[in-house]
Design a binder for this molecule. Structure first.
Ligand SMILES: Nc1nc2c(ncn2[C@@H]2O[C@H](COP(=O)(O)OP(=O)(O)OP(=O)(O)O)[C@@H](O)[C@H]2O)c(=O)[nH]1
Ligand SMILES: [Mg+2]
Ligand SMILES: [Zn+2]
Length: 356
């Protein structure tokens, strides 16, 4: 281990052989002497809370000071003996990045977390999930490089036959992904979920889906605040308001998150194909290679829907995500072009006297 640090406190934070290799490479680009790896557990405006083998620290991270901007889950190199105090000198290359399209005006991606290995998508068994909701979370997860698992939470709230129906429906939406039914009052269900988790685990889902409840059960302590759901509409109140990374005894690292109200898909690229692998598999048999699966003769997808291989809902979801993705891409291009134009105008203005 570099700098004689004890490996155990690092392993607790998700450090593994791959990080040791990345650290060695990072180190070779930073000849500073007393560098210590640290993991970002919380991000504030202009500062980050990090965990180090020597304990927690707060480091100032003014905008633009580090590239990229550190996000929850990042590993950074800390310089300990700088006269101005503890300072981060760089962000280690990320293994995965979980990001969604921004929901505010700017179309820059909004990063949720870095270096996540498993994404737990929490879906309340009692909630009427809208078409495409599960698929969106899964596409987001696949696109990040992490492996998704669906936790169907609050299974105690449905009678047996309805639960079977709901499980079947969610499994139909989450092709190729494990769907684990869990309930707060049955520890064996939580262990069944734990068996599918690896490395750094983020909990995603709507507000009130039971993410913090699950996080506490996995942790074995009441660490995260759990909120009451408004009974009228079943919508949560956003009990959790920040993203926070917490080590779990036994090796996992957990990130609890606030419920995602609106989920932009961003640029999903190949992730759509992974999420809709069943549709894509069938689509290779369409007569026309550019088949839109609407009314073409010899369309294998329509035939598959006709014969019940999968639901029309899946095709509708795929269409919706594709449209959204196309829109996002065009918006990004337009904004980038506008940004470039502004930059150029500034340059021209600043240099007017020199070149005219
Ligand atoms: N009956 C039942 N209720 C549950 C279960 N899990 C969670 N709940 C309840 O659901 C409500 C919301 O739980 P939270 O864990 O706060 O949900 P959350 O997803 O963290 O919500 P936000 O932090 O707002 O995003 C609380 O009242 C929990 O007690 C369960 O297995 N069964
Ligand atoms: Mg919560
Ligand atoms: Zn077709």
């Amino acid at each position: 281990m570099e700098n004689g640090t004890n490996p155990d406190p690092l392993a607790r934070l998700g450090w593994d052989d791959d990080w040791a290799r990345r650290w060695a490479t990072f180190r070779s680009g930073h000849p500073e002497e007393h560098l210590l790896p640290a993991r970002v557990v919380r991000v504030h405006r202009g500062a980050c809370d990090v965990e180090t083998p020597l304990g927690p620290q707060r480091v100032a991270t003014p905008a633009g000071h580090l590239v990229p901007d550190p996000t929850t889950g990042d590993w950074v190199g800390l310089l300990l003996d700088d006269p101005q105090g503890v300072r981060a000198v760089g962000v280690l290359p990320r293994r995965t990045v979980l990001a969604r399209a921004s929901v505010t005006g700017r179309s820059a991606e909004h990063r949720l977390a870095a270096n996540v290995d498993t994404v737990v998508v929490a879906i309340g068994a009692e909630s009427r999930t809208t078409v495409g909701r599960v698929e969106r979370f899964l596409a987001l997860a696949w696109n990040s490089g992490a492996t998704p698992v669906v936790a169907l939470t609050k299974c105690d709230l449905l009678p047996g036959d309805e639960l079977d129906e709901t499980l079947a429906r969610v499994r139909g939406d989450a092709v190729g992904v494990d769907v684990v039914p869990v309930r707060q009052d049955d520890p064996s269900t939580v262990e069944a979920l734990r068996d599918r988790l690896r490395g750094t685990v983020i909990l995603l889902g709507s507000s009130g889906a039971g993410k913090s409840t699950l996080a506490n059960l996995l942790l074995g302590e009441e660490r995260f605040a759990v909120g009451a759901v408004r009974s009228v509409d079943g919508k949560g109140r956003h009990t959790t308001v920040t993203r926070e990374l917490v080590p779990v005894p036994g090796g996992l690292v957990l990130v609890d998150t606030p419920g995602l109200r609106s989920l932009g898909v961003g640029e999903l690229g190949g992730a759509l194909g992974t999420t809709f692998a069943d549709v894509e598999d069938v689509a290779v048999d369409c007569r026309f290679s550019d088949c839109s699966h609407t009314s073409e003769p010899g369309c294998a997808v329509l035939a598959a829907i006709e014969s019940g291989v999968f639901d029309r809902r899946r095709l509708d979801s795929l269409r919706k995500l594709e449209r959204e993705q196309a829109w996002f891409a065009s918006r990004t291009d337009a904004r980038l072009a506008a940004d470039r134009r502004r930059e150029w105008k500034k340059l021209v203005k600043a240099n007017r006297n020199r070149y005219s």
